[in-house]
Design a protein around this ligand. Structure first.
Ligand SMILES: CSC[C@H]1O[C@@H](n2cnc3c(O)ncnc32)[C@H](O)[C@@H]1O
Ligand SMILES: [Zn+2]
Length: 432
């Protein structure tokens, strides 16, 4: 048996208490074998020093478009609809499979370096993203995102079918590190007739569903006008809601929709940075938590954030949650740490996000030896408000060391950056 000992650190336990403990990992099964006294192994095959550090569950980015790293800083300071229609979609039409691979590798390197071990993605050329995930050793929930607007019937049906096919083909890839979702892009960009035809097929196949919902008022208002019901009521009528569904954003949800989310067990991925940058609005996160809605956290793509750092996202979620509730006690530090770990992992169906024997060995080790993390009154507060992705010293996923003393082990970081820069430049040249 091959084992790995993470030694000398303080460990964030599932109840958010902190304990001085070693963590023993079974690398063959990729799970945590023991935490604390039982973890002291006579001669582990490998050891990671966590002296003075905080060992936390690997962060889980529950909604992104990883290859959009190529568009970081390309189009800023516009609202969602204009940003997509005028800037993003015209360039995305030029993406080649190689571009998606280069963007995915860059995004994965960024996530590994900032302690994220799993992500849920919506994009196209998905086999390229899967190949990057396989090589990197991270976990991912992938899928092909279908859009039917501005397509003829044949093109629209082919796109919906591709979303089903990709989800069925890639489920379980990379030794089980890849799982999948069926992905209509949103309730306004996929026509009702296509949802009526394909959602039952996805349900029959037992596929989880991931889509954008209630992101902006400009999206909600025409849906209410057309269907004479709230967007999530419309979605429920199409069998889109349920415990196997998670929606991205959920900004403009009214009380009845919050109740519906809670009743149906539908998850919401809160994306605070993107919602602020595109001026989409403030999600009522504390109201959703109070109502028992399952809430996770995501960065959205790097073109609307503009990074994939989940520490930033925790801080943004706490800050924006207070503003939305007009209550400084709303969306507190513990809530955002839970959202970024167990909350997101739960939505994605992963046994990650908690440091406990039997769970997936997905961990990040945070170096606390920094002025901005001094003094140490409350380490959960530090995770939410003060720590940065660059404080991550080691990252482990599925029992394998992906980042050791801030060095990426699985990719040549410089080569990934160079390739992504070149591809991004050529892509923009082609699009103009
Ligand atoms: C067709 S692949 C996925 C699609 O989603 C686009 N996208 C990126 N960010 C958002 C967002 O906040 N709301 C809706 N759609 C978004 C991305 O550019 C791809 O085209
Ligand atoms: Zn998105």
């Amino acid at each position: 048996m091959s084992d790995l000992l993470v030694s000398g650190g303080r460990v964030l336990r599932p109840d958010l208490t902190i304990e001085r403990a070693d963590v023993l990992i079974d690398q063959d099964s990729g799970t945590i074998q023991a935490v604390g006294d039982e973890a002291r192994s006579a001669a582990p095959a490998d050891e990671l020093d966590a002296g003075g550090d905080l060992v936390i569950p690997g962060l889980v980015n529950a909604h992104t478009h990883v290859a959009m790293t190529l568009l970081r800083g390309y189009a800023d300071d516009k609202p969602l609809d204009a940003w997509l229609q005028e800037d993003i979609w015209p360039v995305e039409a030029e993406f080649t499979p190689e571009d998606v691979r280069a963007g995915a590798e860059l995004g994965i390197v960024e996530m590994i370096k900032s302690g994220t071990t799993a992500f849920s993605d919506m994009y196209f050329h998905v086999p390229e993203i899967a190949a990057a995930v396989e090589d990197a050793g991270v976990r991912a929930v992938l899928g092909h995102t279908a859009v039917t607007v501005a397509k003829d019937d044949g093109g629209a049906r082919a796109d919906m079918q591709e979303s089903l096919d990709v989800a069925l083909e890639l489920d379980g890839a990379a030794d089980g590190r890849i799982t999948t979702t069926f992905q209509p892009h949103s309730l306004t960009t996929v026509g009702e007739e296509y949802l009526r035809e394909f959602v039952p097929k996805a349900r029959e196949e037992g596929l989880p569903i991931h889509f954008h919902a209630n992101e902006t008022e400009d999206e909600v208002d025409p849906l209410v006008e057309e269907h004479d019901e709230r967007p999530l009521e419309y979605a429920d009528g199409l069998d889109l809601l349920g415990p196997d569904t998670f929606v991205a954003h959920g900004v403009h949800v009214d009380e009845s929709e919050i109740e519906l989310l809670a009743e149906t067990g539908t998850g919401v991925v809160h994306c605070p940075a993107s919602n602020m940058k595109l001026a989409s609005g403030m999600a009522p996160v504390q109201d959703m938590l109070d109502a028992g809605v399952r809430v996770g956290l995501g960065t959205d793509g790097a073109a609307s954030n503009n990074d994939l750092d989940m520490f930033d996202e925790m801080r943004d979620a706490a800050m924006l949650g207070k503003l939305a509730a007009e209550d400084a006690s709303a969306v507190d530090a513990a809530s955002v740490v839970e959202m970024a770990t167990q909350g997101s992992a739960d939505l994605l169906g992963l046994d990650s996000g908690r440091i406990e024997a039997g769970a997936n060995a997905d961990l990040a080790v945070v170096d606390l030896d920094a002025p901005h993390l001094t003094p140490e009154h409350d380490l959960v507060s530090h995770l939410a408000y003060a720590a940065r992705g660059s404080d991550v010293r080691h990252t482990i996923c599925d029992g394998q060391v992906l980042l050791r003393d801030r060095e990426v082990q699985v990719f040549d970081e410089d080569a990934v950056r160079k390739r992504a820069s070149e591809r991004a430049r050529e892509l923009i040249d082609r699009a103009q």
